[in-house]
Design a binder for this molecule. Structure first.
Ligand SMILES: [Zn+2]
Length: 186
């Protein structure tokens, strides 16, 4: 059982967050913080303050969902808010971030299990299929770019140790179970 805590109304925002049509969401993107020890509050403070994405700070935390190493999960944004996490894909995607520093070791088992459970629930809620769960590094225009016909990888997110094909298989297996995803609203 993985508990999903709703903290979207208490996280810091900067100015007026951008809105979007939630019906246009067709992609779930898996991320990692790539910062050792950062929790959801530190991540939100970093994103809404001056940062590597924007000198003025982003309107909101970049990620719609955040997962701690022990599998504890947070809902950080409503579906109708367009956050800045994957450039050209921001309108059509929601980001799920693991607090994981992207080292050579894979994320803790409990965290990866929670991520798969949450992605399965999102795929189900949004009427998508598991192939619409992508790692940040798999998105053209942000994870990689095509330059002169060559693929140039720009991101490793959610970490090289996370095998996205295997992850999608896990999401599919959860969706095929009769009792579905094990995520409960806290
Ligand atoms: Zn990322």
């Amino acid at each position: 059982m993985h508990w999903l805590h709703d903290i979207k109304d208490v996280l810091p925002v900067k100015g007026e967050p951008e809105t979007r049509d939630p019906d246009g969401i067709d992609t779930v993107v898996l991320h990692c913080t790539a910062m050792p020890g950062w929790n959801v509050w530190e991540t939100a403070r970093y994103h809404t303050g001056p940062n590597h994405i924007s000198d003025a700070g982003c309107p909101t935390i970049a990620y719609a969902y955040f997962i701690e190493p022990d599998g504890l999960m947070y809902r950080c944004l409503p579906r109708g808010i367009r956050s800045w996490h994957v450039g050209p894909w921001n309108n059509r995607s929601i980001g799920v971030c693991m607090a994981y520093d992207a080292c050579e070791e894979p994320p803790p088992r409990e965290q990866l299990t929670a991520a798969a459970e949450l992605c399965a629930r999102l795929v189900s809620d949004l009427g998508l299929t598991p192939d619409r769960v992508l790692g940040h590094r798999e998105l053209e225009g942000t994870g990689y770019v095509i330059e002169n016909g060559e693929c140039v990888q720009r991101k490793e997110c959610p970490g090289r140790a996370v095998d996205m094909d295997e992850f999608r298989d896990r999401v599919a297996a959860i969706l095929e179970r009769s009792d579905g995803s094990d995520v409960r609203d806290a």
